[in-house]
Ligand binder design. Structure first.
Ligand SMILES: C[S@@+](CC[C@H](N)C(=O)[O-])C[C@H]1O[C@@H](n2cnc3c(N)ncnc32)[C@H](O)[C@@H]1O
Length: 197
């Protein structure tokens, strides 16, 4: 087939990859976890079946009061805390972690409604969140961390995890939003390579 004209249905391919070829022990979960999905604004398809969506809240509200703006819908598949995820270890091929990043949002602000707000011992919350996201990530899997350094610099947050980022990209207004990729080491694979197997 001419690769230039070939069309690929990524959703169907991914579904086949997960439900068609995996052993029964791992077929219960799609390959991707969004650990704090909010209104899923960053998703091209908010109902993407390749992902499991988690958040600690479920609500619908008119966050943007301007006329004609649609309501914010936060409707996770699992109501859960990213510091204590209800999934077995080594489950997902990819995890995206986009926690709240501001602590100065007003309680009635759009920012608070859409992104949530850092309160209490938020450093400990993010440290545990990173640890949990890495626990449920498969060895060899990737994690993307999103952070806007409006109140706290990204490098301070990266110090909360012992994992080493691979690379990052800045985007958004004034380039304050960072998208940072991680890889979970595959110790078994590394040991086999070292042993020459
Ligand atoms: C920055 S927003 C995510 C926005 C989302 N990525 C999107 O595309 O719309 C952060 C989300 O984390 C959720 N959240 C905050 N603390 C959490 C926790 N401990 N466990 C799970 N979700 C949490 C908030 O409810 C909020 O929806």
């Amino acid at each position: 087939m001419n690769s230039a004209t070939q069309t690929i249905d990524f959703t169907d391919n991914a579904r086949r990859a997960v439900h068609g070829t995996c052993p029964p022990s791992c077929s219960a979960f799609p390959p991707v976890l969004d650990a704090c999905c909010g209104g899923r604004m960053m998703w091209f398809d908010k109902k993407d079946e390749r992902a499991v969506f988690v958040d600690r809240r479920r609500e619908t509200q008119q966050a943007d009061k301007r006329p004609g703006r649609s309501a914010l819908v936060v409707d996770p598949d699992h109501l859960a805390d990213f510091t204590d995820l209800p999934f077995p270890s080594d489950t997902f091929y990819h995890v995206v972690f986009d926690p709240p990043h501001c602590f100065r949002n007003g309680k009635t602000s759009r920012m608070h409604a859409v992104y949530g707000t850092l309160t209490g011992d938020w450093r400990e919350m993010l440290r545990k969140g990173f640890a949990e996201c890495f626990r449920v990530l498969r060895p060899g899997g990737t994690l993307v961390f999103k952070w806007a350094d409006e109140d706290v610099l990204a490098r301070e947050i990266l110090a909360l995890t012992p994992e080493h980022p691979l690379y990052g990209h800045k985007s958004g207004r004034l380039n304050r939003t960072h998208w940072i990729a991680f890889l979970k080491p595959n110790a078994e694979h590394q040991a086999r390579c070292r042993a020459g197997l």
